[in-house]
Write a protein that binds this ligand. Structure first.
Ligand SMILES: Cc1ncc(COP(=O)(O)O)c(C=O)c1O
Length: 480
């Protein structure tokens, strides 16, 4: 192999993964399994882009990323080579990592990417001491030590009681503990919801642009997904009604009304009422994903659809602790009418028997003793300041190139580019400078004409990091 020759590989981006990172990950896998050896030359970027039918900038960005991490070295006028100083551990064949969200390449490098995520929280704020103490108490509790058998597939009753009170106090939702199912993240709840309400081959309408992992969950449950456009007021309910009128397979509609993912728009009251009306008239189940409810910075709190709907309208309401605490703490929940909840719990039992008892017990403690509420208050204050900082920096540095509406809540800004700018090209050149950003193509059901936009998460970086990130972002802007 060498300059001008090729490397036969398959690049398969995982959900929401930029193509250049998928390519970088694939090359690392080839090094790990020994197909590419230290000192081996890689094809030139032009040749590889031709073979893989990728943009040359994409290949360039992947090489650059791997050079930064120490996997590859680039020698001027000679080409790019696998580094010769890789530690032994990197060379032992390892199982190829399973498909999943992977937005940074594989090796833990000294020089980690600065990442403007799609809205992850700052895990450094998690109250770890209180968490560890609660976990220790949970492990020592009689409920755990004497529980020689399995528990309820809906989850630990102490946590469901705690969630029932929390949802009533914080979100106006009157759900009894028996109507709550605790899951391993809301991702599991998305899958269970679809498998309970949609027969194989039936249809779930989703927002477009929207949340790709919801589409994956629905498809994995056997449903087809159909996009409904989103505009400045949220999902277009007229378009939904048209689909419902003409498509007998439509069973459910998935929405993120509090802060639409990815555009951050809050669905207004009139549209909420129209949505409830259309769902009722066409017998649709609403799957409401309220993934970052705690983060409302401006205006009055907005209650979930599930808090205002009549009880005869089936709504599956989903919540998660991934934004409130950390995505690595796998805990979500669903609130649903009894006949749907039973089906979801049955399927959950088939998949996973039950949740993680000590974790559920510990979290129940933290909800009950007010730690979670206090953390939410603190995180809200910190993220509010970070939102304002990012907004100011974007206005100061990029107002000629892009527009955004300040989001009233949530952990990201949806930045729409002016004509002539390509978000993918911009993302590739930002990556060369060590910054990972998520262009609009990741959020579209079809990739033909994606939104030229970025979803820029601001919560995970502190003031200094955010300033540096926007600095790199500005510097990497491609010319029109
Ligand atoms: C739209 C949306 N829903 C739900 C979630 C949370 O998923 P989970 O609870 O599985 O971590 C996220 C997290 O990124 C999200 O963006």
């Amino acid at each position: 192999m060498g300059k001008g020759t090729t490397l036969a590989i398959e690049v398969r981006p995982e959900a929401r993964e930029p193509v250049f990172l998928a390519l970088a990950r694939t090359i690392v896998q080839e090094i790990e399994r020994g197909r590419l050896k230290p000192g081996d030359p890689l094809p030139g970027t032009r040749a590889l882009s031709r073979t893989l039918k990728l943009n040359r900038n994409t290949v360039d960005a992947a090489y650059h990323e791997l050079a930064m991490q120490g996997w590859l070295v680039t020698e001027p006028s000679r080409g790019t080579f696998v580094a010769t100083d890789l530690p032994d551990m990197a060379m032992h064949p390892q199982p190829v990592r399973p498909a999943g969200k992977q937005t940074t390449p594989v090796r833990t490098a000294e020089r980690v990417l600065l990442r403007l995520s799609d809205g992850s929280p700052d895990v450094r704020l998690v109250p770890t001491t209180a968490f560890a103490q609660a976990f220790r108490r949970a492990l020592a509790s009689a409920a755990f030590t004497s529980a020689g058998t399995y528990g309820d597939p809906r989850g630990n009753s102490k946590l469901r009681d705690a969630l029932s009170s929390y949802l009533r106090d914080e979100r106006g939702l009157t759900a009894a503990a028996s109507e709550i199912l605790v899951t391993r993240g809301s991702q599991m709840a998305l899958f269970l919801a679809a498998s309970a309400v949609a027969d194989p081959g039936s249809l779930i309408a989703v927002e477009r642009p929207g949340y790709p992992l919801a589409w994956s969950a629905f498809r994995a449950a056997g449903a087809d997904v159909l996009g409904v456009p989103v505009d400045a007021g949220g999902i277009n309910v007229d378009a939904l009604e048209k689909i419902a009128r003409t498509n007998g397979r439509l069973r459910a509609i998935y929405v993120t009304p509090h802060h639409q993912y990815p555009t951050t728009v809050t669905m207004g009251v009139a549209r909420r009422l129209r949505l409830l009306d259309v769902a009722r008239r066409f017998g649709l189940v609403i799957i409401e994903d309220d993934y970052d409810n705690e983060y409302r910075f401006d205006g009055r709190p907005i209650l979930p659809l599930a808090a205002r709907a009549e009880s005869d309208l089936p709504i599956i309401y989903l919540g998660s602790l991934s934004k409130l605490l950390a995505p690595g703490i796998r805990l979500g929940y669903a609130v649903a009418p009894p006949q749907i909840l039973i089906q979801m719990a049955d399927r959950r039992e088939a998949l996973d028997r039950q949740g993680d008892l000590p974790l559920e017990h510990a979290l129940a403690d933290l909800v009950e003793d007010g730690t979670i509420k206090r953390h939410a208050r603190k995180a809200r204050r910190v993220y509010h300041a970070r939102r304002d900082l990012m907004a100011r920096l974007l206005r100061e540095r990029l107002s000629e190139d892009a527009q955004f509406a300040l989001p009233a809540g949530g952990l990201a800004i949806w930045l729409r580019l002016n004509d002539g700018l390509s978000a993918e090209t911009w993302a590739a050149s930002a990556a060369k400078l060590g910054l990972s950003v998520m262009p609009g193509i990741h959020f579209d059901l079809e990739t033909v004409k994606p939104a030229e936009a970025f979803r820029l998460g601001f919560a995970g970086l502190d003031e200094h990091e955010l300033t540096r990130a926007i600095d790199i972002f500005e510097r990497s802007k491609p010319s029109r």
